[in-house]
Write a protein that binds this ligand. Structure first.
Ligand SMILES: *[C@@H]1O[C@H](CO)[C@@H](O)[C@H](O)[C@H]1NC(C)=O
Ligand SMILES: *[C@@H]1O[C@H](CO)[C@@H](O)[C@H](O)[C@H]1NC(C)=O
Ligand SMILES: *[C@@H]1O[C@H](CO)[C@@H](O)[C@H](O)[C@H]1NC(C)=O
Ligand SMILES: *[C@@H]1O[C@H](CO)[C@@H](O)[C@H](O)[C@H]1NC(C)=O
Ligand SMILES: *[C@@H]1O[C@H](CO)[C@@H](O)[C@H](O)[C@H]1NC(C)=O
Ligand SMILES: *[C@@H]1O[C@H](CO)[C@@H](O)[C@H](O)[C@H]1NC(C)=O
Ligand SMILES: *[C@@H]1O[C@H](CO)[C@@H](O)[C@H](O)[C@H]1NC(C)=O
Ligand SMILES: *[C@@H]1O[C@H](CO)[C@@H](O)[C@H](O)[C@H]1NC(C)=O
Length: 468
C-alpha cells in the first residue's frame, strides 16, 4: 500500500510543483459569516464542489462510488455520508442522484458493503464508514432507494449483524479485530476505530429502531473496550490500537480525532435513547479530553487540530479527512444532548471560521488547506482537506436554522425499511467469503484506513517526501 501510494501521488505531486512555480495569488476565497444561513450555504456549496471534483464515478466508463487513487474505498463511503449531510444541512440536492447511485453501487453481492473487489482494503472500519452513510440517509430522511434495491436501514443492520458475528472472544476476551480477512496486514490489530464503529452503529440502530438487542451490543462492546488498554478511563484517553499477539496487554497511544468522535457520538445516541446517565458521564469524559487535546491553545483559539500529524506535516492520505468526522460527531452530539450544545458549539464556530479561511488556495482560489489556525492557505490540498472543511462549515446550519430536525428515528419521521436479519446469509461472514480464494499472497497489502504509524515509519522518508 505504501508503494502504491508513493507512485500514485507522484504525478499529483509533480503537477503541484509545476503549479506552484507558476502560482500567482488569486484573490478568491470562501467567505463565511457564521450568523447567516445564506452565507453558510454558499460557503458549503463551494467547498462541496471542491470535494466532489475528486469524484469521477459518475463519468461514463468509471465506477460509481469509487474515488481515484490515492484515496481508498472507505473514504468514498465517508464522502457520500457527508454529502447526505450536505443535502440535509443546506437543502441543496445537486448531488443527491450521484450520492444515491454511489451508495447503492457499492453494496456488493450480499448487500452488506463488502464488494469482493475491495477485499484488499476492507477492514471493519472501512465497512462501517459505508454503513454510517446508509444510517445518515435513514436518520436524515434522504431519498429511499427503489423498493427492489437494498434500503438504508437494512444496510446498516446487515453491517451490524456481520460485525456482531465477528466478535472475537478467543483473543483478548472480546472485541473486533481491525481486519476482516486474515490475509490483510493488521489482522492482529484490535483498534478503537473498528470497535468504536461497531459501537456507534449499534447505538444508532438502537435509537432508530428502539430494539434493545442493539443497546445490549453497544454495552458489551463498551465494557470490553473500556477494560482493555484502548481506553485509559481515569484520563479519558483513547488509544489507537492493541494487538492479539500479546493478548492486548498494551496499546499504541497515538491520538486521533476520529477515535474520540466515534465513541463520543455513540454515547450521545445512547444517552438520547436510554436517558441512562452512565452514557452521559462517558460522553463528558470523552468530550473533556477532546476539547483539551484536539483544540490546543498553543495552536489557536478553539481550533481543531489533528495533533498526531498536522503539526509535523506528516499526515497520510487518509488522515486529513479525520477532522470531518470529529466535526460531524461533535455536531450531532450537540443536537442529541442539548445540554452540551453551549459547550460544544464555540469550538465548532471557531474552527468553521478557521477552515473557511483556509479555503483560499489552489488555482481556483477556493481550495481548502489543512491548518485552520491561519487564513493564509498552507499549501495542503486533497479530498480530506475539503471534507474536513465542509463538515465543520455546514454544521453551522444547526446554529442558525432552528427548524433543522434532529436525526430521525422510526417513530419521529424516519421512513427507511429495515430487515433485522440482513447480513446473516451464508456468504456474508467475512473470512469465509469467496473473496478469500481470489486473493493471492502477492496481493497482500495494508488495509484501507491506516491509522497506526507503524507501517508509515517503515518507509517514512520516501512516504513523507512524496505526500507532503
Ligand atoms: C457528474 O456529476 C458532476 C457533479 O454533479 C456533474 O458536473 C457532471 O456533469 C456529472 N457527469 C455525468 C457524466 O453525469
Ligand atoms: C468492483 O465491483 C463493482 C461491483 O460491486 C463493479 O461495478 C466494479 O466495476 C468493480 N471494479 C472496480 C474497479 O471497482
Ligand atoms: C487475555 O486477556 C483477557 C482479557 O483481559 C483475559 O481474560 C485472559 O485471561 C487473557 N489470557 C491470557 C492467556 O493471559
Ligand atoms: C421501529 O422498529 C422496531 C424494531 O424493528 C419495530 O418493532 C417498530 O414497529 C418500528 N416502528 C415503526 C413506527 O416502524
Ligand atoms: C468534564 O469536565 C467538567 C468541567 O471541567 C467536569 O465538571 C466534569 O467532571 C468532567 N467530566 C468527566 C467525566 O471527567
Ligand atoms: C498553527 O498550527 C500549526 C500546527 O498545525 C503550528 O505549527 C503553528 O504554529 C500554528 N500557528 C498559530 C498561529 O498558532
Ligand atoms: C434527545 O434529542 C432531542 C432533540 O434534540 C432532545 O429534545 C431530547 O431532550 C434529547 N434527549 C436527551 C435525554 O437529552
Ligand atoms: C431486534 O434485533 C434482533 C437482532 O437483529 C432481532 O433478532 C430481533 O428480531 C429484533 N426485534 C425486532 C422487534 O425487530
Amino acid at each position: 500500500m505504501i508503494l502504491r501510494s508513493f507512485f500514485s501521488v507522484l504525478p499529483t505531486f509533480l503537477a503541484f510543483v509545476g503549479l506552484f512555480l507558476n502560482y500567482a495569488q488569486i484573490s478568491v476565497a470562501v467567505d463565511l459569516d457564521i450568523t447567516s444561513a445564506d452565507s453558510i450555504k454558499e460557503a458549503a456549496s463551494q467547498i462541496a464542489w471542491g470535494a466532489m471534483k475528486y469524484y469521477t464515478g459518475n463519468n461514463t466508463g468509471d465506477v460509481p462510488g469509487n474515488l481515484p487513487a490515492p484515496y481508498y474505498w472507505w473514504e468514498a463511503g465517508a464522502l457520500f455520508g457527508e454529502m447526505v449531510q450536505y443535502w440535509y444541512y443546506t437543502g441543496d440536492d445537486t448531488y443527491n442522484a450521484e450520492v444515491l447511485q454511489a451508495l447503492q453501487h457499492q453494496v456488493g453481492d450480499d448487500d452488506d458493503y463488502m464488494p469482493a473487489n475491495q477485499s484488499k482494503s476492507l477492514g471493519n472500519d472501512d465497512q462501517v464508514f459505508w454503513a454510517f452513510a446508509a444510517m445518515d440517509a435513514a436518520e436524515l430522511g434522504f431519498e429511499n432507494p427503489p423498493d427492489d434495491e437494498p434500503q438504508w436501514l437494512a444496510l446498516g443492520q446487515a453491517v451490524f449483524n456481520e460485525q456482531a458475528s465477528r466478535w472475537d472472544a478467543a483473543d483478548c476476551g472480546g472485541g473486533l479485530r481491525w481486519q476482516i480477512y486474515t490475509f490483510n496486514a493488521g489482522y492482529n490489530y484490535k483498534n478503537s476505530v473498528s470497535n468504536g464503529g461497531f459501537f456507534q452503529l449499534a447505538a444508532r440502530l438502537a435509537r432508530y429502531t428502539g430494539n434493545s438487542t442493539y443497546t445490549d451490543w453497544a454495552e458489551k462492546l463498551w465494557d470490553w473496550w473500556a477494560d482493555s488498554p484502548l481506553l485509559i478511563e481515569d484520563k479519558w484517553q483513547i488509544n489507537d490500537g492493541t494487538s492479539t499477539t500479546n493478548n492486548c496487554s498494551d496499546a499504541s497511544a497515538v491520538q486521533w480525532t476520529y477515535n474520540y468522535g466515534i465513541f463520543m457520538a455513540g454515547c450521545a445516541y445512547l444517552y438520547n435513547h436510554t436517558e441512562d446517565t452512565k452514557w452521559l458521564t462517558r460522553l463528558d469524559g470523552i468530550l473533556n479530553t477532546t476539547l483539551t487535546r484536539f483544540f490546543p491553545t498553543s495552536m489557536g483559539d478553539k481550533i481543531m487540530v489533528e495533533i498526531a500529524c498536522e503539526p509535523a506535516g506528516n499526515c497520510n492520505n487518509d488522515q486529513p479527512s479525520f477532522k470531518a468526522y470529529l466535526s460531524r460527531w461533535m455536531a450531532v452530539t450537540a443536537q442529541l444532548v442539548p445540554t452540551h450544545y453551549d459547550t460544544i458549539f464555540p469550538y465548532l464556530r471557531s474552527s468553521a471560521q478557521g477552515a473557511a479561511g483556509q479555503c483560499d488556495g489552489g488555482t481556483d482560489g477556493i481550495t481548502c488547506g489543512r491548518e485552520w489556525n491561519t487564513t493564509t492557505w498552507d499549501g495542503r490540498y486533497g479530498i480530506g482537506e475539503q471534507m474536513s472543511a465542509l463538515a465543520v462549515v455546514q454544521a453551522m446550519m444547526i446554529d442558525v436554522d432552528k427548524d433543522l430536525y434532529v436525526p430521525y428515528t422510526n417513530t419521529t419521521g424516519g421512513t427507511s425499511k429495515g430487515d433485522s436479519s440482513a447480513g446473516t446469509g451464508s456468504s456474508s461472514s467475512g473470512s469465509s467469503s469467496a473473496a478469500t480464494e481470489t486473493i493471492t499472497t502477492g496481493d497482500k497489502a495494508g488495509a484501507g484506513i491506516l491509522t497506526t504509524l507503524v507501517l508509515v515509519f517503515t518507509l517514512a522518508g520516501a512516504y513523507f517526501l512524496c505526500t507532503e
